[in-house]
Each structure stands twice: as C-alpha cells, then as structure tokens.
Design a protein around this ligand. Structure first.
Ligand SMILES: N[C@@H](CCC(=O)N[C@@H](CS)C(=O)NCC(=O)O)C(=O)O
Length: 207
C-alpha cells in the first residue's frame, strides 16, 4: 500500500510523514501552497472538508483526516511495526491518552495563536486571544511534562507514535522556553529528532 500525504513543510502533516517513515511504508508527499492558503480553497475541501492539514489518501482513494485518527489507522494496518503498544494494553491506553490530550487540548490553541481573527473581529481582541492561548498552551505542556513516564520517551516501555506527535507539536514551542520549563519533553524531542529513519522528515519540518 502506497500512501499520499497532503500537507505542507513545517505543518502538522509532519506527524503522518514521521509515522510512515517509522513504519517503513512507501509514501508520497503532496505539498499545498499553505502560504497562499491553498488549503482553504474548494479544491482541497474536496479532500478535507475542514480545510486543514494533514490528509491521508490511500491508493484506492480512501480519504482520512484528523491526525490522531490517521496515526491509529496506520498503526492498525501495520501492527507488525509496533508503533503503538498492543490493543488492550495499559501502555496503549496511556499512549492514546497523551496523544489525544495534545490533539484536543493543545493543537486547537495553535489555531488561536496563529489565526486569532478567526475568533474575534477587533485587533485588541485578537491580541488578547493570542496572549491567552499562548499562556494556556504553556500550562498544558507543563501537564504533559509531568507525565512523561519514560526516559527519554513518553512511555516507560519505550518509543511509540505518541513521541512523534509530541515532537511535531513540541518543535513549534519557543526553544529556550521549552529547554527551561520542559526538560523531559525537550530530551524526548532531541531523541526523536535523532532517529535515523526520520532525518528526511525533520529536514522538511524542523528549522
Ligand atoms: N484536528 C486537526 C487539526 C489540524 C490542523 O490544525 N492543522 C493545521 C496545520 S499546522 C492547519 O491546517 N492549519 C492551517 C489553518 O488552520 O489554516 C488534526 O488533528 O488533523
């Protein structure tokens, strides 16, 4: 099975690229011109009705959106790679817990920081939303920091797809702040960035 990943350099599509690279499955990247809002246009909405990245397309035309759903589906379809712990295990529950925490409690705040005028009309309101969303993001990252259960990875049992998710979102944080306030997350990210299979992914996604 060959996958097509729709996204853009530096965007959340790096999560799916990293998963495919770790799985060792063939994939092709189709970049959108996100700077010119190609992902907001009607053509892309045919693939992703929410007009966000990433979108995964399979060679038989199946479309999947929502980063966590994509990660779980890929793990289920390539279980031999063990990218997530086995279904039913306590480790899998914890891996899903922290991935979903990021997807639901942190990722939406990125939209508020990057596009505050989607939430309010006035410039003052936008500045206030950005400031509050940034503060909340940092508060929530501290929750994750306190729950990194392994060394360096999130699970004591070792590397999992959750570490990829943490890394892709974590590299968007201010590096100095991350180093000072999230030492365990920072060490986790350093370990994930150093994984040899992922070098081509991070070359596109981390500056
Ligand atoms: N719930 C979606 C969120 C995806 C998302 O927010 N993607 C960002 C990429 S960094 C995006 O497309 N942002 C562009 C925009 O909102 O215009 C998921 O988990 O896949």
């Amino acid at each position: 099975m060959r996958y097509v990943i729709h996204g853009a350099p530096g965007s959340g599509s790096g999560i799916v690229e990293a998963v495919c690279a770790e799985l060792g499955v063939p994939y092709e990247v189709r970049d959108l011109d996100a700077r010119n809002d190609e992902h907001r246009g009607d053509a892309y909405a045919g693939l992703n009705p929410h007009r966000k990245m990433p979108t995964l397309e399979t060679e038989d035309g199946e479309i999947l959106t929502e980063s966590v759903a994509i990660v779980i589906a890929l793990d289920e379809r390539h279980p031999e790679a063990g990218l997530l712990p086995p279904p039913g295990s306590r480790d899998r529950a914890q891996a899903l817990r922290w991935m979903v925490f990021l997807a639901t409690e942190v990722y939406p705040l990125v939209e508020m920081v990057d596009y505050p005028t989607r939430f309010v009309d006035s410039a003052d309101g936008a500045a206030a939303i950005r400031e509050r969303a940034e503060a909340l993001q940092r508060e929530r990252w501290r929750v994750l920091e306190a729950n990194v259960g392994g060394s360096p990875y999130c699970l004591a049992s070792g590397f999992s797809a959750t570490d990829l998710y943490i890394t892709k979102l974590g590299v968007w944080l201010d590096r100095e702040w991350r180093r000072e306030h999230l030492p365990r997350v920072d060490a986790l990210i350093a370990a994930v960035l150093a994984r040899p299979r992922l070098a081509p992914v991070w070359a596109r996604h981390v500056r």
